[in-house]
Design a protein around this ligand. Structure first.
Ligand code: N01
Length: 561
């Protein structure tokens, strides 16, 4: 057992106020905010470097689908003025460089232990402390624990029989080798056509002798139209950065600069619709496309008009009609899975060295020593790339043995899907916070804005506790139940649940099918959080050094939203 940790060799045991799990964008901002409260916080990160998603996902073509000027921290006005983004959409290496710069600027590295995976987190109610164990043998405790574990941080390779015996090389996009992979002259398979597959396929196709793409579900893919960042656009954006950041909180996706639509698709003529979609298509990006009309995510008939527009673009681009038709999505409404932005994806299927395989008609049965077998055919490959996604939103938390001595454990609590209050806390787990946990808008928003919003809310809770001398905070059961029900109602009023997506957990066999993100919008969520804070953190219970605090605990039973 080790009780000493920290890259600076600090003796942490019994000195910590806050354990932070994760050294990505959420973990780093948490460290910064905890310091501002005068709390001693330390983060544990499984990777050998900082950056979370942007540390691990190094596959060729990896790039953010939110524009660089938006996808950045907003808390430091000088930083946002000083930092120069090279491209309209940041590449993985550009974003990682930015994160590392922020860590250095704020001197955060000394409070992060790398190469260390947290295995368990147990709460001792008498001591009112959380104790973690790690795969490096640490046992460390603190008063609070903040899970900044990410939503797409648990890569999953489907359990195909035979993978162990494959004689070639295989990779998962979310665990890409740091030294890169050279596919030159190789026969390659890519399995999966979500964002990771779509971004990597054009690059792999340029190198491979032959590339087979195994597609189970066709997706809606819009052009990114990435370019070097236009200096005039950067200047204008930076001149109004503060206003833009504030305005982002008033929008559904946490991204300003996209005028909200004012009419429904079915109120427009076919010619008007075509012109509207074509203009958004030419601009590039997904938010502006979804903002063409008010009802695209609410009304199937309206949605069909946008979906057909995209299918027409696919048919225009892909020369072989059969391949084009296979690439056309029909099985879910556009926008109900994460919209994908591409550069040259559809064009890639015009190459002689690329073959699209219908893995729905003929599912992959097994990996063989020399390739893979579907229900229809056998293929030989030198390398297989699994772009098969993640156990999203709940996977990283469920991998940690989180329990309390009062009987709560996360495996039991979430057996039928996640139960949280605001995605920030869970009844039964005092003093444990989540950053953009399930049932928060995180993945349905500009992620960094949601991280900041959540961490600011957590900081507000802790400042409130400092002010009133509380030592324990817990989500009330009634408030949590109400939030879960409300979350489901909001999702059910949209078309989102119609798609088999990782939002629903449907990509993981056996995972409960529950729609996990909050889709009421950043603007609504932020307002709800502000109202809850203004009411003394309504829905949470507090007590002080073991003695219940009447003022706060009475507020605890109330539901919200
Ligand atoms: O994963 P996915 P991802 N046989 O789950 C297929 C973010 N992200 O890593 O749809 C055959 O979307 C699966 O098929 P199906 C972004 O939020 C952002 O691509 O389940 N195929 C699907 O095609 C994104 O949404 C960026 O039928 C199998 C694919 O694997 C999220 O991460 C970049 C299969 C998985 O797609 C996840 O994206 C990258 C099987 N047995 C990621 N099992 C940007 O910012 C699974 N599949 C741009």
């Amino acid at each position: 057992m080790t009780t000493t940790s920290g890259t600076n060799g600090t003796h942490l045991q019994d000195q910590l106020d806050v354990i932070v799990v994760g050294g990505g964008l959420g973990g780093l901002y948490t460290l910064y905010r905890m310091r501002q409260l005068g709390l001693k916080a330390h983060a544990f990160e499984a990777g050998s470097g900082l950056g979370g998603t942007w540390f691990w996902n190094r596959y060729p073509g990896c790039r953010c689908d939110i524009e660089s000027l938006e996808y950045s921290y907003s808390f430091d006005p000088e930083l946002e003025q000083e930092w120069h983004w090279a491209d309209r959409y940041g590449t993985q290496s550009q974003i990682l460089e930015y994160i590392e710069h922020v860590a250095d600027r704020l001197d955060l590295r000394k409070d992060v232990t790398l190469n260390t995976r947290v295995l368990s987190a147990h709460y001792d109610s008498a001591a009112n402390r959380w104790t973690i164990t790690t795969d490096q043998g640490h046992t460390i405790s603190a008063r609070f624990i903040v899970m900044a574990t990410g939503n797409l941080s648990t890569p999953r390779v489907p359990e195909f029989p035979g993978l162990d015996g494959f004689k070639g090389d295989w990779y998962h996009t979310g665990l890409w080798p740091h030294e890169g992979v050279d596919f030159t002259g190789k026969r390659v398979a890519v399995i999966g056509t979500g964002s990771s597959g779509v971004q990597s396929i054009p690059h792999i196709a340029e190198q491979a002798k032959h590339l087979h793409v195994f597609q189970r579900t066709a997706n809606y893919i819009l052009p990114a139209r990435n370019t070097p960042l236009d200096p005039e656009r950067e200047r204008q954006h930076k001149a109004t950065y503060r206003e833009r950041r504030a305005a982002a909180y008033e929008t559904p996706f946490g991204i300003a600069g996209h005028p909200a639509p004012t009419k429904g698709a079915l109120d427009a003529t076919p010619e008007e619709r075509e012109a509207a979609y074509a203009s958004k298509w030419a601009q590039g990006g997904s938010i502006s496309f979804l903002f063409s009309y008010t009802d695209l995510l609410l009304n199937q008939e309206a949605n069909d008009t946008a979906a057909e527009f995209v299918r027409q673009r696919i048919r225009e681009t892909v020369k072989d009609p059969a391949t084009a038709e296979l690439l056309c999505p029909y099985d879910h409404p556009i926008g109900t899975k994460r919209l994908i932005l591409d550069t040259n994806y559809y064009e890639t299927f015009n190459r002689d060295n690329v073959t699209l395989v219908d893995a729905r008609k003929a599912p992959i049965q097994s990996i063989t020593q020399t390739g893979l077998r579907t229900t229809e055919a056998e293929y030989e490959f030198d390398a297989i790339v699994f772009a098969t996604g993640f156990d999203a939103m709940t996977g990283a938390l469920r991998e940690i043995d989180i329990r309390s001595d009062t009987g709560a454990d996360i495996a039991t609590k979430w057996v039928d899907g996640p139960h949280t209050y605001l995605g920030v806390m869970m009844a039964g787990f005092p003093n444990l916070f989540m950053v953009t946990g399930p049932q928060s808008p995180g993945v349905k928003s500009q992620m960094i804005l949601s991280i900041e919003q959540h961490v600011n809310f957590i900081s507000g809770c802790l400042a409130h506790m400092q002010q009133y001398g509380h030592t324990r905070i817990e989500a009330g059961q009634a408030a949590e139940d109400h939030w879960v029900e409300y979350n489901n109602q909001v999702a059910d009023a949209t078309l989102y649940p119609k798609a088999n997506s990782w939002y629903l957990g449907s990509n993981i066999p056996g995972k409960p099918r529950v729609f996990m993100p909050y889709v009421g919008g950043v603007h609504t969520f932020n307002q709800i959080c502000n109202d809850i804070a203004a009411k003394g953190y309504e829905g949470f219970s507090f007590d002080s050094a073991g003695a219940a605090d009447g003022r706060a605990t009475t507020a605890a039973a109330a539901g919200t939203a």
